[in-house]
Write a protein of this length. Sequence first.
Length: 399
Amino acid sequence: MRTLRVTPYFEPAWCWGGPAVSIPTACRALVRAGTSVTVFTTTAGLAPEQGIDPEREYDLDGVKVCYFPHRWPLRYFRSPALTRALSACAAGFDLMHLHGVFCHTNLAAWRVAKRSHIPYVVTVHGVLDPVVLGQGLVKRHKKAAYIALIERRVINGASRIIALSEAERTQIQGLGFRPAVAVIPNGLEPSKLAPVPERARVDAHWPALAGRPYVLHLGRLHPKKGIPLLIEAFGTLVRQEPEWRLVLAGPDENGHQRELEAQVQRAGLGPVTLFPGLVSGEPKLALLGNADVFCLASHSEGVPTAVLEALFCRRPVLIAEGCYLPQVGQQGAGLVVPASVEALAEGLVNLARAGEARRDMGERARALAQREFGVDTHAQRTQRLYAEILDERRASRPG
C-alpha cells in the first residue's frame, strides 16, 4: 500500500507542538508494519541550523520526507512547490492522508485528489472544537467563512475523517460533514521515552529546581492551554507548600509568554517559576520524567501529546476536562478537573500531599498509556482503515 501524507509541518519543527511528534511517530510505525509512507510538508517552523534542504527527499527510518518552501501568508502554510509536486506525483499513490484544518496544504491536496480520483482521509487534530472555532470575534468569523467556502468541500470529499477521541467525533459530527468519522487516538513509541535520565540531570541543568518538587507544564505557551489558570492555582499550592516550584516549558506563541511572565510577577511567583523555553531531546525527557506532577489546564485539545508522554513516563497528571482524556480519572492515572482556578488548585494541593500514592498513580498512568496509546496499536487501526477504504473503492468500480 503506497500512502502519501500531506501535513503543514513535520519534525524537527517542534515549535508547532504535538503533531510534530505524533505524525512522524505514526509514519514510522506504519513503515515498520509494511505500509509505504511518503510525506510532503513545508519548511514552516524549521530553523536554518537544522540543516533541512527544501525539495530534497530525506529517508527518516524508512519514511520518505520532502520539505517544500512555504510562502506568505506563513500560517496558511502555502507552498507553490508542494502544490506542483503533488500534481506531478500523486497518481503514484493509493491513498492520501491529510492533516489539520485551515491550511493551504489541504486545499492543494484536495484539488489533486479530486482530479486524480485518489481517496483520502483527514485528521483534524482538534481544530474543529467549538472552543477553538469560537476564539476571538474576527477569527471566529474568518473561520466560519473559510469552512463555508473551502473547508467543507475539502472535508466532505474525504473517504473518512479521523478523530482523536470520542469527544472530537461528537464535535465533528455536530458540524454536519458527510464522511463517517473514525476514532484513532495518537500513539507514541515507548522506547523514545526511556530510560528517564536521573533527577541529577534536572538539578544540574536548572539549579533553581535542585532538591525541589515541581509541577510541569510542557507545551506551546498559547492562550488555549489555560496557563493563566495554572499560575493562579499554583499560587494557592505554594502558599501552603512553599518548597514547590512551577515549570512552564514550551515555545512562546505570539508573545503570550510576556503576558504570563507579567502575571507571575504580579502574583509574587517570580522566584518559584521557571520559563525554560522549548526543550527537546535528553533535557526534555529529564524534565518530563522527573516531574512530581504534570499539569495541562487546556481549554481544548485533540489528544495532547505531552500528556501521553507524561503517562508513559509514569507521571501523575492533573488535566482539565478539555484535554478529552477521561480515562485518566477513570483508571486512577491522575485527576481530571474543570478548567477553573479552584479545581486546579484543589487538584495540585491533593497531589502534592499524596506522597507515595503518586507513585501508584504513576504506575497506573504507564499501564493506561501502554494499553491505549502505543504507536503499534495506532498503526494497526490506521492500516485497517486504509484497507477498508481501498476495498470500498475497488468494490465501487464497474466490472
